[in-house]
Design a protein around this ligand. Structure first.
Ligand code: CMC
Length: 432
């Protein structure tokens, strides 16, 4: 709904641009007519002031530290819901009733096996491959294995692709882990729920019965809920941009996994744990705080700061609680890394530099310690993030592809290179 207009004057010409209101959040100035009317582009590296799309899925209020999935606060979903109902909510817009929930759980569960040929596909990787490299390849390969659900003009195929992704990514993630440690793949078991099944596929061995610990599987489920979606972050924007060309959903999600891998995004949980290990003792914290504040040192406190949250990341609070629950359950009374994390957080929250720049702990600050306690090696942390985020990516991809106003994404640029010049044959070029 257009409520008012913004005026902009460029080279003496004034034009009016419509200002649109969302249901909550900042108003949006629609700048699409700008180039047509004035011949100029806008410039916003990192998209700090640019909305790239209209969406009804997830809302973040960074100043308030609020995260809503389809209107529901993240803490209520994490405390009272489960991951599969969160998936349903993100995909279809409403929480399911009992019958729909049972049907959805059943369908996801009955798509959890992957094509047997996938086992051979894994054999092509070195055992020491980073599991994120394996996941990028596996997601891309899904379009080769499941080519009956890649027709982007068919909404029925969108749903099948969505279910296949949610159901099979845990199986592939567990296979990536098993492959890296040289253990046999464990097939999914339909008597277990989503998170129980995932833990079993990761930690069971054929020679022993595996009993799922309900506290740990609940913690795993909660971690998946916390990571399920986060509006137009780098990897989700990557998925949307890849999808805008008409690429199939599996290829788009593979692009999202690749983007998530970076240490400024999903790779931060791995980087955060490595940082805590490097700090090594509470006494050395001031040294690392000083480095983080030094403009000439590229070091940053991993697990701190966020492009959108300028307050405590609401996911970090739940993650901190989950971390304590997991350590208690496992009887880990003294975890030196947890001691360092708690002290680091305390110091940073009272330090002028962090206060002034509004740098608070983000979701990754406690997730590394929790995942390590659950038994995962650091290289798997970002894989778990990718597993959970697959539903967000596919919900955002579906929303985009089903929008009749959807166009290929094609940003413009401020060109600062050479102007037009003539080709010089190689023997006539001055040596450089
Ligand atoms: N440690 C020290 N200084 C920092 C940090 C940090 N973790 N984060 C930001 N700053 C400083 C930065 O140097 C800059 O200072 P100045 O204004 O003097 O140049 C200022 O704070 C603003 O930083 P920015 O890089 O402009 O902020 P951004 O919004 O572009 O970056 C961020 C956000 C997440 C990339 C950044 O805070 C960061 O690198 N954090 C560490 C990595 C991390 O934990 N990432 C996980 C994000 S949450 C998971 C996810 O959603 O993917």
């Amino acid at each position: 709904m257009s409520v008012s207009h913004a005026k902009i004057t460029v080279a003496g010409k004034t034009i009016e641009l419509p200002v649109r209101k969302g249901t909550i959040g900042p108003d949006i100035i629609e700048i699409a007519p700008l180039y047509r009317e004035t011949g100029t582009f806008t410039y916003d590296p990192g998209f700090t002031s640019t909305a790239s799309c209209e969406s009804r899925i997830t809302y973040i209020d960074g100043d308030e530290g609020m995260l809503l999935y389809r209107g529901y606060p993240i803490d209520e979903l994490a405390e009272q819901g489960d991951f599969l109902e969160t998936c349903y909510l993100l995909l279809f817009g409403e929480l399911p009733d009992l019958i729909r929930k049972e049907k959805f759980d059943y369908i996801v569960q009955h798509h959890n096996m992957v094509h047997e040929q996938f086992a051979r596909f894994f054999q092509g990787f070195r055992r020491d491959s980073h599991p994120m490299a394996v996941m990028v390849a596996c997601l891309g390969a899904m379009s080769a294995f499941y080519h009956d659900s890649i027709e982007i003009l068919d909404p029925q195929q969108h749903n099948i692709a969505s279910i296949r992704l949610i159901a099979k990514v845990p199986t592939l993630a567990a296979m990536a882990y098993k492959y890296s440690i040289g253990q046999p793949f464990i097939y999914p078991s339909n008597g277990l729920n989503y998170s129980e099944n995932f833990l079993r596929m990761c930690f069971a061995v054929p020679c022993e019965e595996y009993k799922v610990n309900p506290i740990l599987s609940r913690a795993m489920d909660r971690i998946f809920i916390l990571h399920a979606d986060h509006e137009q972050n780098a990897s989700t924007s990557t998925v949307r941009l890849a999808g805008s060309s008409g690429a199939n959903p599996f290829a788009c999600i593979a692009a999202g996994v690749a983007c998530l891998w970076g240490p400024a995004h999903g790779g931060a949980n791995e980087a955060c744990l490595k940082m805590l290990e490097e700090i090594c003792s509470v006494e050395r914290i001031p040294e690392f705080i000083a480095r983080a504040k030094d403009k000439n040192d590229p070091f940053r406190l991993m697990g701190f700061g966020h492009r959108v949250y300028k307050n405590y990341d609401p996911r970090a609070r739940i993650m901190q609680k989950t971390c304590h629950e997991v350590l208690n359950e496992l009887g880990i009374k003294d975890d030196p890394l947890l001691d360092i994390a708690v002290e680091l957080e305390k110091i940073a929250l009272h330090d002028e530099y962090f206060i002034e720049k509004k740098l608070y702990p983000n979701v990754d600050f406690y997730s590394g310690i929790t995942l390590k306690a659950l038994g995962f090696p650091t290289a798997m942390f970002t894989v778990l993030f990718a597993l959970a985020r697959s539903v967000g990516w596919v919900a955002q991809w579906k929303e985009m592809i089903e929008d009749p106003a959807q166009k290929i994404g094609r940003p413009r640029q401020l060109y600062t290179g050479k102007t037009k010049r003539s080709y010089v044959p190689i023997h006539e070029r001055a040596s450089i």
